[in-house]
Design a protein around this ligand. Structure first.
Ligand SMILES: C[S@@+](CC[C@H](N)C(=O)[O-])C[C@H]1O[C@@H](n2cnc3c(N)ncnc32)[C@H](O)[C@@H]1O
Length: 447
């Protein structure tokens, strides 16, 4: 793999039969290729001395060859010296898009990423044009056989170095982390307005976690939402909607992915957020999505509630939300509780002496215990009211410690089981020294 290969690539128009049977013409590589590219950051190409091209050409040819031989893992470019503000790196991976192999470029800026996909020929031409004294001065090609790095010296000479491969298996080419997501980021006015993506649908670097969280949440709800009746319009209420990230995503998923005739209402205390969200809903032409200002306690739905959501509504606001769901016969109730002050205060005040009191001398354990007792009792109270309940972690601890989801699906319950639950609630409260649980009081179970 050397200068001869490079010359062959540059001077000839020839075809490679790709392993996927895709025929890739390299002709584009030699014809006005920079002008054809969807504007990668501009670099000023210095004339390359033919005799210096040995290492450089070897590198480019090796990229080409690894793609052909399916040993290509990824390519990273660094040490950027160009004029593009805040550009740091360029990462290239191979992806299958509509069954065609492409090169996906991620331009990593200080605070955001921009992704662009190119055909193989365009992509290789783009890499070539980016490697320059006034562009990226270093690159590493990762293949399953070796890592090949190229470095431009201050004198303008390219040097390459071969090392053992760090990855022995080629990446799957399917484009599919993004594809397997329940929602796609492109073409979504609301994601742009909520500052999660740019105009082209690229998720900002600092919004990646939020975007993952939104998709994970939709994924968790997906099977339950699919089970909802489809013969009538559904009413979904999101209590304590905040800035509406999840409310918008839920609406988008229900209406545009599941094709459900659903209207979604976000209830939010803060006036500014309600105004902002209603504006974004109007700009997105989401005609069945609206936000109302008010408290969860005071909210009175028009008609039934089919789905009640409350994510991170503080302390007893979660109980108020669950109560609204029970009161209005919601088929599905999903809450991610926030803080658990009411039960914690009860436990602290009673200082109950029992086998577990040694744990509760420590603030952190008291907090965790209060959380488990609060949410455990919520699950029991939901069950009492005929909901099949599940409690599970919904995002990793790395994102937020408020990561428990309590889900209730409306079923039926026997009077005998209700009796058992009442007894369980009574003994648990006594054991932990709790006078009352806010949801118990709201639903008339106290006593
Ligand atoms: C932590 S934010 C969560 C926002 C959103 N659900 C999410 O998970 O991204 C809680 C929101 O609930 C609102 N909130 C809290 N208690 C409320 C109540 N009793 N009535 C209405 N809104 C409430 C707050 O103003 C805040 O915007």
């Amino acid at each position: 793999m050397n200068i001869l290969v490079y010359i062959a690539l540059r001077l000839q128009s020839y075809y490679l039969i790709y392993p996927t049977e895709t025929i890739i013409s390299l002709e584009a590589n030699t014809k006005g290729r920079k002008a054809d590219l969807p504007s990668p950051p501009k670099t000023v190409s210095l004339p390359i001395n033919f005799w210096d091209m040995d290492h450089f050409s070897t590198f480019i040819a090796q990229v080409q060859q690894s793609l052909q031989a399916k040993t290509f893992v990824k390519l990273s470019l660094g040490n950027y010296k160009g004029s593009e503000n805040e550009l740091k790196n360029l990462y290239v991976k191979a992806v299958l898009i509509k069954r065609e192999l492409k090169l996906s470029f991620t331009y990593r800026y200080k605070t955001r990423d921009i992704t662009k996909n190119y055909s193989i020929a365009e992509g290789i031409a783009a890499v070539e044009s980016q490697l320059d004294a006034s562009g990226f001065r270093a690159a590493t090609l990762f293949t399953t056989e070796e890592n090949l790095s190229a470095q431009l010296s201050n004198k303008g000479d390219w040097f390459t170095k071969r090392e053992k491969p760090t990855q022995l298996k080629a990446e799957s080419h399917s484009h599919d982390k993004e594809k397997s997501r329940k929602l796609q980021a492109t073409g979504k006015t609301y994601l742009q307005a909520l500052r999660l993506t740019d105009a082209e649908g690229n998720v900002f670097k600092n919004a990646q976690d939020k975007w993952k969280q939104i998709n994970h949440y939709i994924e968790l709800l997906s099977s339950m939402l699919k089970e909802l009746p489809s013969e009538r319009p559904l009413q979904v209420v999101d209590m304590g909607a905040g800035k509406g990230y999840l409310t918008f995503a839920l609406y988008d998923y229900l209406r545009h992915e599941l094709n459900k005739e659903a209207s979604v209402i976000g209830v939010e205390y803060r006036d500014d957020l309600v105004t902002l969200c209603n504006q974004i809903a109007a700009d997105s032409s989401f005609t069945k999505l609206s936000f109302v200002q008010g408290t969860i306690e005071d909210y009175q739905p028009v008609g039934a509630i089919d789905v009640l959501i409350a994510l991170h509504a503080c302390d007893t606001a979660t109980d108020d939300a669950i109560f609204k769901g029970i009161q209005h016969g919601a088929e599905l109730i999903v809450v991610a509780p926030c803080c658990h002050k009411q039960i914690r205060r009860e436990m602290e005040a009673s200082k109950k002496q029992n086998e577990l009191d040694f744990l509760l001398q420590h603030g952190i354990f008291l907090e965790r215990q209060a959380e488990m007792v609060t949410d455990g009792l919520r699950a029991l109270i939901l069950e009492y009211h005929g909901y099949q309940t599940k409690v599970f972690q919904f995002v990793s601890d790395a994102h937020t410690p408020k990561n428990v989801l309590v889900v209730g699906v409306k079923k039926t319950i026997t009077p005998q089981r209700q009796q058992e639950i009442r007894e369980k609630i009574r003994t648990s409260k006594s054991f932990f020294g709790i006078g009352y649980h806010h949801l118990e009081r709201l639903t008339g179970l106290e006593g």
